[in-house]
Every structure is written in structure tokens, then in C-alpha cells.
Design a protein around this ligand. Sequence first.
Ligand code: BTN
Length: 319
Amino acid sequence: MEEKILEMLRESDEYVSGEKMSKKLNISRAAIWKHINNLREIGYDIKSVTNHGYHLMRESPDTLIGAEIYQYLKTDFIARNVEYYEKTDSTNTRAKKNHDMPDGTLFIAEIQREGRGRQQKEWLSPKETGIWMSLLLKPNTEPASISAITLIAGLAVCKGLPCEAKIKWPNDVIIGTKKVAGILTEMSAEADAVHYVVCGIGINVNMTAFTGELEDKATSIYIETGKTFKRARIVACIMNEFETLYKDFLEHGLTNIINDYKENCATIGREIRVIYNNREITGTAVSVDNDGSLIVDSGGEQIKVRSGEVSVRGIYGYV
Ligand code: BTN
């Protein structure tokens, strides 16, 4: 409802009366007042004048509510429904618990108390400086192909960010040699059918510094560019990219996307160490296959590494 109220206020240069809003939105004037106060609490400067109504002052704050995202969105169904939380446990958890919501619903939060990364690691999700979001997807594909969604999300992030970034296969996005974003894809499926997929994306946007063990590994868009960015616009840019790639994937698998992916993949050509299935291999990453597997040349033998529970480290650093 806040979104609809904001839309009405944005559309008008003049005061909008409580009565007009209450009629259009079919709720009481007291309810309008309550929603206006909710918007004020998250930073909107809304002036109210007796007998005139409400007026939106100044530029909108950097929040991630649907109304902020929708204005830049060009998609058919991705992120057309936004579930916004000022604070939650984890947007992946929210998406899983609400998997009966429409395909493409985006769950997004200002703070996650229990943000999760891969391999049971914690994902730091402080207030209002990053993008913590999860897409609920209902693809009609077989479970084995779902790891490709992580790759698609990585490519969408890479293309949607307002600065040059690359992918560290399979699920990190990096600027230079440091991680700016991570992806955690989870699914519910049976042997040959996917019930739903949750693709969680965490992006460091406006953090000014990282400390401790993250200092050498993590970065933010602000640290790299010296500029702060409106997060809602970045979200929409990524969603726009994601939908194009995802629709193509649903029809043709990774066939049409893979070259674009490889061009944006920083792992190819690197000396790496891969740990998967209790196995460790070292070698040169030579390519990414049409099914999304990394091809590693290890002492002349070409080994295909499927994404999933793998850990990839550069021999000479994080990348
Ligand atoms: C990783 O690199 O280990 C993956 C990090 C994924 C973090 C995102 S933030 C939004 C979503 N909710 C979570 O709890 N995790 C993902």
C-alpha cells in the first residue's frame, strides 16, 4: 500500500488530499495516515497541511521499497512483485517460506540478521549499505540444470553494476581482486521436477571500509569508485539483465549465453586450486562448458568441475 501512496504523491506536483487517496485506494483516511507515517519512518519527507492533504518533498531516500525499484524496471515478471523488509533473518529464508508467491517475486531487506553465504558461512548484511535480495523462481526445468541460474545471476550482476566487474566462477563477482558480490542459490526439488529455486544475491554497495579478515578480500562499489549509488536503481538494472538472460536460458539452456559469460569470467586462464567432493585439484582454468562446468587442465588432463559445493582459489591470491 505504501507503494501505491508514493506513486500518487509522485504523480502530483500539488497536495493530494487524504480523501482522494482513500477513495482511489479503497481504504480509510486513518489507514492512509498510518501508511504515510510508515513512509516517513523510512525517510520520506512528506508534508501534510490541513484541508490540503499530503505532498512529497525533496528527492526520495535510498530505500529498497518496491516503488523505488519499479521506476527503473523494464521486466515482464522478474521483480514485478517486491516483498520489502526493513529487517529480517535472511531474504533466502523469507523466499523459501513464501514459495507460493508469484514466479519472479523479489524479497529484499535493509538488514539481514542471519545472512547466509555458501558453505554455511555467515554473510554480513549491515544496515542500508548493501543489497540483500532473493529471487523466487519457478522454472520448468530439470534439477540438474539449476546450477546455471547461479551463473546467470553472476553475469546479470556483472552487467548491471555501475562499474567494471568480473565473475569469479561460479558465484562471486569481483572488482579487481576483491569480492563485491556473492550468490547463494537454493532449490526445492524431487528427482525430476523443480518445485522452486531461490537465488540470493548480496552486493556491497556503499560500505566505506572492511575490517578484519574481510579487509583483503572484500570491496564495495563505493570503495572502488568513490561514489555512492542509489541501490534501487542498481537492483532494477540487475533484474532487467537477469530477465533477458533467464528467458534465454529457459528456452535454450546456456548455449546463447556462454560466450558472454566466458568474456566476463576472470577465472579463465588462472592457476587455481579447486576443492570438491573431498578432492583437491590444481591446474589452469581453461574454459566454461555449455552446461556451466569449469574445465581445468591439470597436468594435461582436462577435468570438468561442476558448480555446487566447490571452493575455487587462485594459487596466487583470492582470484
Ligand atoms: C556467498 O558468496 O557465499 C553467497 C552470499 C549470498 C548472500 C545473499 S544476501 C541475500 C541472500 N540472503 C542470504 O541469507 N544470503 C543471500
